[in-house]
Structures are given as C-alpha cells and as structure tokens.
Ligand binder design. Structure first.
Ligand code: ATP
Length: 312
C-alpha cells in the first residue's frame, strides 16, 4: 500500500487507501455518501472514538478554488450554534499534484431535508404542519445566527439542510457564504455579482434581485429569506416553487417576478399560507427579515400549543 505524506502548514496528513490522518487523528474510509456539485462526501470512522463522520473533499483546481475552500472552513469556524453544522477538523491534502480541502463534519444519519421530503412524496404522504413549523423555526434560528454576524448563506435549499434524529435542522454547505451587505456601484460590479450568483446560488432557490442585479443597489441577507420561502413551500408541496419551471426549461428569472401561487388544494392552515406569501416577496425592500419570520413562527406554534418541541 503506497503512503503519501504531505506536510501542509501545521498539519501532517497521511493518506493511504482506506485510512487518512487529519489533525493527528486517524480515520477509516467506510463508504461513499454523496457527490455534490463541488465535492465528494464519504462516510469515515474515527479509529480512536469509533464515531462516524462525513468527510467532504473539495477539489481545488486553482488558487481561487483553494481560497474558496479556505473561506468555507473559516465560515464553519465562525459559528457554534445548534442549527449550523460544525467543523470537527480540516486539512489541505495533496492528491497527485492536486490539492483537496478535507472538511471533517459530524455525520448526520438521517440525511438532508430533501431526502426526507422525497420519501414522503414517494409514499404519497405530506409533512404535518407541526413538523414544518418546528423545522422552519430551527432553520430561522440558524439563519439568525448567520445574519447577526453580518453574513448571508446564499445557497439555502432543502439539500443544504441536514435533519438529525429529533428533526433538528442543521444548515450546511457554507461554501457560498459571504458578507450580507453588498453595495453595488456600477454595471461592472453588478455583472460580477450576477455571474457569481449564477454559479453559487442554486437557480430555483435564487432571490429575484440576484438574476438581474441593478447597477446601483444594495444586496443584503434577505436573499436568504427568499430561499427560506422556497424551502417552506417545498416542505408544504414536496417540491420547490420553481423546480418545475426550471425543469420545463422556462425562465426562472421571469417566474420569480410574479407572486408565488399556492395551489387551491393546499390543506395547511391559513396562517401558514399567509406566512409563505409574506416571505416570498419579489421586492427585497419589502421582504421581511429573519426576526420577523421567527416571531410569526412562534405565533403559529403558540396558536396550537402541541406544536412546540424542544429540538430547534
Ligand atoms: N455531515 C453530513 N452528514 C450526512 N450527509 C452529508 C453530510 N454532509 C454532506 N452530506 C451529503 O452530501 C451531499 C453534498 O454535500 P454538500 O452540499 O456539502 O456538497 P456540495 O458539493 O457543496 O454540494 P452542492 O453545491 O451541490 O449543494 C449533501 O446533500 C448530503 O446528502
């Protein structure tokens, strides 16, 4: 078995087929978990503690890719919050001349919110309102922590929310995060942001203001509130509001300019439907912030006291 020793700053990373060392601790490869747009995710086991972890390996093609992965690491390190996925350890490994950023994360067995919704859809079931409110509240708490530090997630979607066994949501994939307030001064800057959003913010969850960025404007954390609305819609209807628009090849940029349509058949309470409509407001200036949404969720939960649970 060939050993590949790489010294990266303070971290000695020893990689062999089937095992790896990150920050002086050894882990065994168990199986592949998933493949993201920018990364591979494997299930690994700690040699000493016997715990399972998810190892996210991000291929860094160039200096810029390396910097982006470094930023993702730093974003994780900024937060210690029950609704933001923590980073256990990390290293930059040399894999045959190419650098990979390795992010060791707690393994969340139940998987993403999307996988839970897919299962419900396949069985012809829906998500109870009580559960929707609980998950929504947790997502809002995570977003609040991010926004209060002056950042925005920018790629909130059901595949980027993990759910633990108690339905506690954990926001993950912090690779698109950046400063919440972006002042756009001129056409060139507007185009740069628009191009960046096209690459980093998933189209069917992307806020209207990121499709056609105005030459002089302020983009802020309320792009996440739009995506939050799309996530809420997805929990209610088991598909994102613009998933079909995108799949049909129609313009999502155009569709997001119109008020979201809630199907007549929707059986959730008027309160929840009104909350959805007041979150998904095309004009960012008229869109609420996360504190307002949290208040509304608390309100809806307190109207039916059984909806309160401890896991947020
Ligand atoms: N900690 C974890 N526990 C369990 N599964 C995980 C974990 N982290 C990631 N995954 C799985 O791996 C998938 C990809 O992870 P992630 O979104 O971080 O990668 P990505 O390359 O940034 O993806 P994309 O940009 O396509 O959203 C997730 O959708 C999830 O299914």
């Amino acid at each position: 078995m060939s050993l590949n020793n790489v010294k990266m700053g303070q971290t000695l990373c020893i990689c062999s087929r089937g095992s790896m060392t990150i920050e002086n601790k050894k882990y065994y490869f168990v199986q592949k978990l998933d493949e993201g747009g920018f990364s591979y995710v494997d299930l690994v086991e700690g040699a000493k503690d016997g715990r399972f972890y998810a190892l996210k390996r991000i291929l860094c093609h160039d200096r810029e890719g390396h910097q982006e992965a470094q930023t993702e690491v730093e974003m994780h390190q900024l937060f210690s919050h029950p609704n933001v996925l923590s980073l256990v350890a990390h290293t930059f490994a040399d894999r045959g001349g190419k650098t990979e950023a390795w992010l060791l994360l707690p393994y969340i067995r139940k998987g993403s919110l999307w996988s839970v919704l897919e299962k419900l859809r396949d069985k012809g079931n829906s998500m109870p309102e009580k559960q929707i409110l609980q998950i929504l509240r947790g997502i809002c708490s995570g977003l609040k922590a991010i926004h209060e530090k002056g950042y925005a997630h920018r790629d909130l979607k059901p595949t980027n929310v993990l759910l633990d066994e108690d339905d506690r949501p954990l926001l993950m994939d912090l690779g698109s995060m950046n400063r919440a307030r972006i002042e756009v001064r001129g056409t060139r800057e507007a185009m740069t942001i628009q191009d960046w959003a096209a690459q980093r913010c998933t189209i069917s969850y992307r806020a209207p203001e990121l499709f056609n960025v105005e030459s002089h404007c302020i983009i802020d954390e309320r792009t996440d509130i739009w995506s939050l609305g799309c996530v809420l819609y997805c929990m209610m209807m088991l598909e994102g509001p613009y998933d079909m628009v995108f799949q049909r090849g129609d313009s999502v940029a155009l569709a997001v300019q119109n008020p979201v349509t809630i199907p007549q058949s929707c059986s959730y309470s008027q309160g929840l439907q009104m909350l959805l409509s007041s979150i998904m407001v095309s004009n960012p200036q008229e869109r609420p912030n996360v504190n307002w949404v949290l208040d509304q969720v608390h309100d809806l939960q307190s109207r039916s006291p059984n909806t309160q649970t401890n896991a947020v």
